[in-house]
Design a protein. Structure first.
Length: 261
């Protein structure tokens, strides 16, 4: 079976349709033609989602062969080739729509298909989890038709009591960095820590604050161990000077008063 005659017929029909309009109204003509083409194609895309879910559930992809007789090495390869998709992530979205569709029985499923075709797959995949959870497909697909995708995602996430899927997790070590900064006594100390992390990222070739902190500890500890090893003798030499004991334990800049530590 070939689709070439149908494709050729469609091209001729669109050309004849657009030719009916003058040059000044060509934009409107093409706009109407695009809407008509989408109305023809989208129902088939929705049905493909449903069939793809059945293929996934029953493992049909492993039972069929390419036109040259070779087998598909995995499910991802099958869907990428058969549906013409760029990634498994896109295929998974189509499968999610198919799974949601099959949660409805006929004839209601036919109504859901038509509503999805009107809204489009991109927004439907955002609304699909809420439709599966609550079953209120009319409510969610009407909302999808009215709202921008980000607003729809927020509404779905709120209904599911989940974080929006578009929100990225914090980079590794970010919570540690914030915790360290929140423990600083003043702005000067915070600037010092920020500079430490900024320079440290270049030294260790990693922006992870935990990695930077560990690298700083490894470089600093050997020197500190040498200093600590020499403390007993230094303390014996300075035993008569109370001010020295203050300097040993107070950070630099905070030992100006002998009574403050």
């Amino acid at each position: 079976m070939t689709t070439q005659p149908d494709a050729w017929g469609t091209e001729q029909a669109v050309a004849r349709f657009v030719a009916q309009f003058s040059t000044t109204t060509r934009a409107e003509a093409i706009h109407l033609a695009l809407q008509a083409l989408r109305a023809r194609v989208e129902p088939d895309r929705v049905l493909a989602c449903e069939l793809a879910w059945e293929v996934h559930c029953h493992g049909y992809w492993s039972q069929v062969r390419r036109s040259d007789g070779t087998a598909y090495d995995c499910e991802e390869t099958y869907f990428r080739e058969v549906l013409g998709l760029a990634s498994w992530r896109t295929a998974y979205k189509r499968l999610a729509i198919g799974r949601m569709l099959l949660s409805f029985g006929e004839p209601e499923r036919a109504l859901v298909r038509a509503a999805i075709a009107a809204v489009g797959l991109a927004k439907t995949v955002v609304a699909a989890p809420a439709i599966e959870r609550f079953g209120e497909w009319r409510t969610w697909l009407e909302l999808a038709a009215q709202c921008p995708t980000m607003v729809l995602q927020t509404r779905v996430s709120a209904a599911l009591e989940a974080l929006p899927r578009g929100r990225e997790p914090s980079p590794p070590g970010e919570r540690f960095r914030r915790a360290v900064l929140s423990g600083m006594p003043d702005i000067e100390a915070m600037e010092l820590v920020e500079r430490f992390f900024e320079i440290g990222a270049k030294v260790v070739s990693s922006p992870n604050p935990v990695a930077i902190f560990l690298a700083g500890c490894r470089e600093c500890l050997p020197e500190w161990e040498i200093q600590v090893a020499g403390w007993p003798r230094a303390r014996a030499d300075r035993a008569h000077d109370p001010a020295d004991s203050v300097r040993e334990f107070c950070p630099r800049g905070q030992n100006r008063r002998e009574s403050a530590c």
